[in-house]
Each structure stands twice: as C-alpha cells, then as structure tokens.
Design a protein around this ligand. Sequence first.
Ligand SMILES: Cc1cc2nc3c(=O)[nH]c(=O)nc-3n(C[C@H](O)[C@H](O)[C@H](O)COP(=O)(O)O)c2cc1C
Length: 190
Amino acid sequence: MFEDELGPDPIAQFDEWYRQAGTDAMCLVTASADGAPSGRMVLLKGHDDRGFAFYTNFHSAKGRDLAENPKAGLVFHWLPHRQVRVTGTVERIADDEAERYWRNRPRASQLSAWASRQSEVVESRAILEARVVEVEERFPGDVPQPPFWGGFRLRPDSIEFWHHRDDRLHDRLRYRRLDVGGWIRERLAP
Ligand SMILES: Cc1cc2nc3c(=O)[nH]c(=O)nc-3n(C[C@H](O)[C@H](O)[C@H](O)COP(=O)(O)O)c2cc1C
C-alpha cells in the first residue's frame, strides 16, 4: 500500500525520492498579482524543514512575480514513475547564506549573472558577450554578489507524492501542513 511506503514526514519522504532520482531540476510556478501564471525550470539548491531553496535574479519575471505575490508552486517529474508537487509561500534566503552559495559558484557563472538582465529583451548574443567582457574588467579578482541576485526558499504548505500505476489508477498522497503543527495525509483520486 502506498500509505505504508510513504513515511509520516513529507520532507524526509521528499528527501528519499530526491536521492533516488538524482536530479535537481524542478518547475517553479509563479503568478503575478493579477493572477497571470508562469512556469519555468530552476535548480533545487537545498531542502530541509525550512523548505526548498533556489537562486535567481530578483529583477527577472519570476523575481517580479514573487515580489508582488509570494505564493508559488514546484513540480518535480522523476522518470519513470514519480511526480512531486509542492505549494507554499516564498521568502528571501538570508544574505549570509546566499553569499556562501555565491562564493562557491564558478567565476563564469558569476560574471554571467552580472552581465544578464534576466528576462529583458536583448538585441543579440554579441551584446551579452560584450557585457561579460565589461564585468570581467570591472572585477579582475573576486566577483561580488550582485544586489539583484539571490535566493528564495519556498516554505511548503502542501506536498503531494504521485506514483504511476499501469492500470492508470495512480497513487496520490497529499500532506497538508496543520496550523497546530505537523501534517495531515490524504489520499487523492488519480
Ligand atoms: C534545467 C534548468 C535549470 C535552470 N535553473 C535555473 C536556476 O536555478 N535559476 C534561474 O534563474 N534560472 C534557471 N534556469 C533558467 C530558467 O528556466 C528561466 O529561463 C530563467 O530563470 C528566466 O525565467 P523568468 O523569465 O520566468 O524569470 C534553468 C533552466 C533549466 C532548463
């Protein structure tokens, strides 16, 4: 029974499936204040009881969505059989934690973060490459963390585990966070 396969703590359960999957790409879904949704892939850069962390440009389309509407969703698809869906609220990752992650990024990634006005129209790749050359000259040593770049952590209020079954009567278990603490587990129809 699916109920017996999955443990009582959804974060620990996520961790088990995540380790088995070995991939960290997830679809991040945001919505603007007026309700227009949009999804895109980002990399999961840590998960624990506080939530799911990812890093991006605060001025990007997703960054603007999250500034005006902090409610967001995550979807993981792990071949051949599994999906995990998360909903919750994001908050910014503390400066010192984001800074530690930034320091560990390759120099080329750091320069690209400075050079790219993420989500804005750019005339050509040549313009982007010219901006990289500019920032390379500006920062010959350590590259500082851009003020417009950092992390978000999504604190889950629901986490659903889905498992494919050949008869299409797929298994779904959703954990909902309770106001009093802990989680309630519910089976959903496929
Ligand atoms: C597998 C994969 C991982 C990605 N990881 C990130 C990421 O961690 N952070 C990020 O800002 N963009 C990442 N991107 C690029 C985003 O999908 C997206 O193009 C970009 O963030 C701009 O999105 P926006 O215009 O909706 O803000 C990734 C793309 C792919 C395909």
